[in-house]
Design a protein around this ligand. Sequence first.
Ligand code: SF4
Ligand code: SF4
Length: 173
Amino acid sequence: MKDRGLLLSAGFELAMPSNYIPWGGPGPEVKRRRRISAARKKIGGIAVKVAGREEGPVEKGPLWQNVLFSWLNKLAFPYVPAMDKSFWVDEKCNACSICANICPCGNIEMKTDRPAWLHHCEQCLACIQWCPQEAIQFGKKTPNYERYHHPEVKLKDVLAFTATNGIGKSGGD
Ligand code: SF4
Ligand code: SF4
């Protein structure tokens, strides 16, 4: 934004259950519900501020997290696109193509009835979290980790969004 001469007028932090499955599952159900409910309450206040075009400080989370992750992100950023080399599919894959259709950056192509990752991944984890067969794995540990997506978000809505916005492969079946 700075490079483009823009200023961030405000920023808000919403802590949600983690979907970053390479680091583990989303945590216990009760903790997830607590987080979602706290976020829902906070969003109401944020919406009022945004509607009123209020300016304010940019929330950055706890200092330790900010320092650690800013540093980690800077180091890891150049390697992110090719991190999809750790994805693989197990025998449960039924070639439904949902992963290819849901990827927000068109990074998955169906080749000989199996998905292939094209190395411009953004590590959003939508493919692994939404595969209905739980056939996508990342590294060695994910066969034992629970899949997670927001309980109120439906597959058809995500697919409709990628299709409407011209992203993903074919917009879903
Ligand atoms: S979403 Fe899962 S089952 Fe469907 S093609 Fe992709 S890996 Fe296979
Ligand atoms: S859905 Fe997300 S994690 Fe999966 S390939 Fe696409 S960008 Fe990468």
